[in-house]
Each structure stands twice: as structure tokens, then as C-alpha cells.
Design a protein around this ligand. Structure first.
Ligand SMILES: NC(=O)c1ccc[n+]([C@@H]2O[C@H](COP(=O)([O-])OP(=O)(O)OC[C@H]3O[C@@H](n4cnc5c(N)ncnc54)[C@H](OP(=O)(O)O)[C@@H]3O)[C@@H](O)[C@H]2O)c1
Length: 271
């Protein structure tokens, strides 16, 4: 169902809540970000492919006293993204969160179709939504674009190839856009998380292998949570409009660098 922010809610006036669009808002970091921005006073438009997930998050926001709307959307579908943009009369904040990883194969063995899928969502998805909402973000007078990249967008690691390449693409998009918008009332903030334990990220990457997905976090003292990252997004978005946090790298304390993760050894089984 197309969402139109009622005209009465979007006309100028200091009491009108700013409108934040969050992609991939039905799970993990996107859902936590949607809840966080709603708690910070935004009217949040939740998008993602699974409507049931979006409805659940919307229910939580409403129960907590926030306001939101749901619009199912596949960010890789440029025409659908453009149609979505036409339903919005005001956009102050865009959080490009939809994304993910597929597989851990080496460059030598990876399936190019997986690379294409990762590029489609992590790079072209960000491009489609940003292009479509940029006129509204400019018109807001104080727009903010957030790109959820990853530390994979800054450092390569074995078996990360396609995701590393795609997130480097997301980083390049954010950095280029910031240069191109200099002098206009839109800031561009890249947030690059390290190890975050969310319900679906590792499970999707490891093609549904729950044991392997659990292994990603095994022995790590408190990986970041979706709420930790959402807190960073909300903080960055709510700085005064002239303050541009170009890039925030956020990791758990137990991860000092991409390859430097402290893991507590498993207790030995008694004979
Ligand atoms: N978890 C980590 O360790 C970690 C670390 C660094 C960066 N990140 C990045 O943070 C973002 C969120 O990750 P997460 O951990 O919260 O994982 P997640 O729960 O799997 O979130 C990904 C979200 O993107 C949505 N999505 C995927 N493809 C889409 C498409 N084509 N169109 C629209 N929405 C789409 C998914 O919802 P639907 O399937 O319903 O569409 C889902 O809600 C991703 O960009 C990820 O790469 C994650």
C-alpha cells in the first residue's frame, strides 16, 4: 500500500516531525534504527521486502508512542524505488541500511551470481534510493543521508571477496556523494560496523547453516548488537545540521581490527 505522509504532517513548521526513511527496516540494525529514530522524534517510513516483518516493527514503534508508516520495497528494483519516492512529500533523513553478504568462498571459487546479488543490494540499492530521494532531501533544507557500509568496506579479508568489494563500493558512493553535494544542504554520513550479532546476517551469509552462523560469534565477549549500531545512527543523525560525521567505524571492544578478534577458548570436554 503506497504511503503518503499526510500533507498536514509535512508542511513547514517547527512542530512537524522530521521524516526518516529506513531501508531494510524489518530486521536487525534497520529495525533497531527505525525504533531509535522514532524514539528520537522522527516519523519513520519503514521499507523492506517482507511486509510482515515491517508490520511487526511498526507495531512496536506505535506501542512506544512513535509514528511510522510501512512501504514494502525491493531496493534493487529501480522503478519501484522511483514510484515509492513519488509517495513521499517530505524526507529529512535517509538511512541506507538494506544489504547483506552471500557466501564465504574465495575469489578463486566464488559464484559470480553471488557477487552480482551483493553488488545489486549493497551498491545499486543505495544508488537507486539515494537518487530517488535526493530531491526531497535537498528540499528539506537540512537533509541527511546515512550509508550503512561495514568495516568490510575498508579492509579485505579472506573469503570476504564479494562482500568486501560491494561494501567498498558503498563506501565509494558515500565519499563521492559527499564531495558532489558540498555546498548543498545535505550531509552524507557513513557508518561502518564491525562484528554485529543480528538474527539473520550471518545466517543468510552462510546459506541457512545455523551452527556455522553461531560460530561467527563463538567466544566473543559481547559482539555489537543491532541497538548499539542504531544508537550510533541516531546520535549521528541528531547532531546539529552543520556537523557532518564523514565516517564512523564502530566495533565491539573484543575486535581490535578485522583480523584481531579476541575469543575465549571453549571449555575442554572432561574425559
Ligand atoms: N551484522 C553485521 O555483522 C554487519 C556488520 C557490518 C555491516 N552490516 C550491514 O548492516 C546492514 C544491516 O545488517 P543486519 O545485520 O541488520 O542484517 P539483516 O537483519 O539481514 O538486515 C538486512 C535487511 O536488509 C533487507 N534487505 C535485503 N535485501 C533487500 C532488498 N533487495 N530490498 C530491500 N531490503 C532488503 C532485509 O529485509 P528483507 O529481506 O525483508 O528485504 C533486512 O531487513 C547491512 O547493510 C549489512 O551489510 C552488518
Amino acid at each position: 500500500m503506497p504511503h503518503r505522509v499526510p500533507a498536514a504532517d509535512v508542511t513547514s513548521g517547527p512542530s512537524r516531525p522530521p521524516v526518516a526513511v529506513v531501508t531494510g527496516a524489518g530486521s536487525g540494525i534497520g529495525a533497531a534504527t527505525a525504533r531509535g529514530l522514532a524514539a528520537a522524534g522522527h516519523h519513520v517510513v519503514l521499507t523492506g521486502r517482507r511486509k510482515d516483518r515491517l508490520d511487526t516493527v511498526a507495531g512496536e514503534i506505535t506501542a512506544a508512542g512513535g509514528t511510522c508508516a510501512v512501504h514494502p520495497l525491493d531496493v534493487t528494483d529501480a522503478a519501484a524505488v522511483r514510484a515509492f519516492a513519488r509517495t513521499l512529500e517530505r524526507v529529512d533523513v535517509l538511512v541506507n541500511n538494506a544489504g547483506g553478504a552471500l557466501g564465504t568462498e574465495t575469489v578463486a571459487t566464488a559464484d559470480p551470481a553471488d557477487w552480482a546479488a551483493m553488488f545489486e543490494v549493497n551498491v545499486l540499492g543505495v544508488l537507486h534510493v539515494t537518487q530517488a530521494l535526493l530531491p526531497a532531501l535537498r528540499a528539506s533544507g537540512d537533509g541527511t543521508v546515512v550509508v550503512l557500509s561495514s568495516t568490510a568496506g575498508h579492509t579485505a579479508y579472506e573469503g570476504g571477496g564479494g562482500y568486501v568489494a560491494a561494501k567498498h563500493g558503498a563506501h565509494a558512493l558515500a565519499a563521492t556523494l559527499r564531495l558532489e553535494l558540498c555546498g548543498e544542504p545535505v550531509r552524507v554520513i557513513e557508518i561502518a560496523p564491525g562484528l554485529v550479532r543480528t538474527e539473520e546476517f550471518a545466517l543468510n551469509r552462510l546459506r541457512g547453516d545455523a551452527a556455522a552462523a553461531a560460530g561467527v560469534y563463538r567466544g566473543v565477549d559481547r559482539p555489537l548488537t543491532a541497538e548499539d549500531v542504531a544508537d550510533t545512527v541516531s546520535w549521528a543523525v541528531t547532531r546539529p545540521a552543520h556537523v557532518n560525521l564523514d565516517l564512523i567505524v564502530v566495533r565491539p571492544r573484543a575486535q581490535a581490527a578485522q583480523h584481531k578478534i579476541h575469543r575465549t577458548p571453549e571449555p575442554r570436554a572432561t574425559p
